[in-house]
Design a protein around this ligand. Structure first.
Ligand SMILES: *[C@@H]1O[C@H](CO)[C@@H](O)[C@H](O)[C@H]1NC(C)=O
Ligand SMILES: *[C@@H]1O[C@H](CO)[C@@H](O)[C@H](O)[C@H]1NC(C)=O
Length: 364
């Protein structure tokens, strides 16, 4: 087999290289576009480094009447998460990416119709303080993964904020809150005197409580459901920070989305374009420079023809030897009729005679 690479291919191979160089970025550039058009699933996120997070398995779900998990569940618990408040003075109830599943009522500052969308709250003196409505928007920040709920109960009355400044320290937090409660009742009575307009304006300026949930990867495979801990609340008691330790918060590979171009298809596209350019470029080169016609126009015709004839020869030899082997075996059994040993003996004799004959011929 000769490789006649001096003639045809120089032109076609440069064209091929140029095309691969052209095709590669454009084909790869398709992927982010395809990702953008396909909407990201709720409670999943893809970081800029390509890490994929899917926290849907940590969403607490409503249990069925008999207490078993519903079919659509992805393995989430059937009860809300209850992080302890420790020194805060109240325990919390929250769900990840979804409203809390356990019933509650008497929520401060939130209309009853919206209670079903509350994702986190704490209870103090019989009143529920919402920490925000459900959100499924996971935000990857570098290696961190953050989820935020907002639109909870009011942080506090504006008038009491100045009074609050002189009280500091985490240990005083619970006491401070009691003070704020008492103060709010005072404010309500004085608010009655104000006109509706000014009350509405002051309500707009008031901040609402929110929750910030950060996720950390728990590599322990025996770890069951996610563990939620309360970390801190800011001095205004507006933002509450929680930490979730979960095995689902570990960076994973993104499952292939239908409709987007996967790595395999990108390779196939590049390969197909490369073959096309090789053929067209080669034919063009051979027609114009070498003035070849017919099959000879194909790039590296002699190489491919040689390869083809080699393969077909190989195939013919292989099939014919197989064909010779199979009926012969049967033939021996048919013809010999005698015990195999005798047949083999006769074979040996015939072989030896043949070898002797060759030897004699060689000697001559
Ligand atoms: C919070 O929960 C813990 C344990 O579940 C309990 O001992 C404690 O009394 C609770 N605190 C409040 C304020 O309910
Ligand atoms: C609850 O949230 C869902 C999804 O964000 C929204 O479609 C629905 O209108 C909300 N319901 C209420 C009562 O706020």
């Amino acid at each position: 087999m000769r490789i006649s690479s001096r003639k045809g291919p120089s032109g076609s191979s440069t064209a091929l290289l140029a095309l691969v160089a052209l095709a590669t970025p454009s084909a790869l550039a398709r992927r982010p576009d395809a990702d953008k058009t396909t909407t990201t699933l709720p409670c999943t996120a893809t970081s800029t480094s390509g890490a994929f997070y899917d926290l849907r398995a940590d969403i607490a779900v409503h249990p069925k009447e008999d207490g078993t998990k519903p079919k659509a569940s992805l393995g989430g618990p059937t009860a809300d998460y209850h992080p302890r408040g420790w020194d805060y003075g109240a325990n919390f109830t929250l769900n990840i990416c979804a409203p809390v599943v356990e019933p509650f009522d008497n929520v401060k500052d939130i209309e009853e119709g919206h209670w079903q969308n509350i994702s986190a709250y704490y209870q103090l003196k019989g009143e529920v303080y919402s920490l925000g409505f459900a959100s499924t928007e996971l935000v990857p920040r570098g290696k961190e993964l953050v989820l935020q709920y907002s639109g909870g109960s009011y942080c506090e009355k504006k008038s009491s904020s100045s009074r609050r400044g002189d009280r500091t320290g985490l240990s005083a937090r619970g006491v401070v809150h009691d003070g704020a409660n008492f103060k709010s009742h005072e404010d309500e009575s004085s608010d009655k005197d104000k006109s509706y307009h000014t009350l509405d304006k002051s309500n707009k300026d008031r901040r609402r409580k929110s929750a910030t949930i950060m996720f950390t990867c728990d590599k322990d495979p025996t770890a069951g459901t996610a563990v939620v801990s309360f970390i801190a609340a800011d001095p205004e008691e507006c933002n509450y920070v929680f930490k979730v330790r979960s095995q689902h918060a570990c960076a994973g590979a993104e499952p292939h989305k239908p409709g987007s171009v996967g790595p395999g298809s990108v390779f196939a596209i590049i390969f197909a374009i490369a073959v096309l350019v090789y053929l067209l470029g080669g034919i063009f080169y051979n027609r114009t420079i070498n003035h070849s016609r017919g099959w000879k126009q194909l790039p590296n015709y002699s190489l491919w023809a040689g390869l083809w004839s080699f393969l077909s020869d190989f195939f013919i030899i292989a099939t014919s030897s197989c064909a010779r082997l199979l009926p012969n075996r049967r033939g021996y059994h048919h013809l010999s009729g005698s015990p195999t040993r005798g047949g083999m003996g006769r074979d040996r004799e015939a072989e030896n005679r043949l070898i002797d004959q060759y030897d004699e011929e060689w000697d001559d």
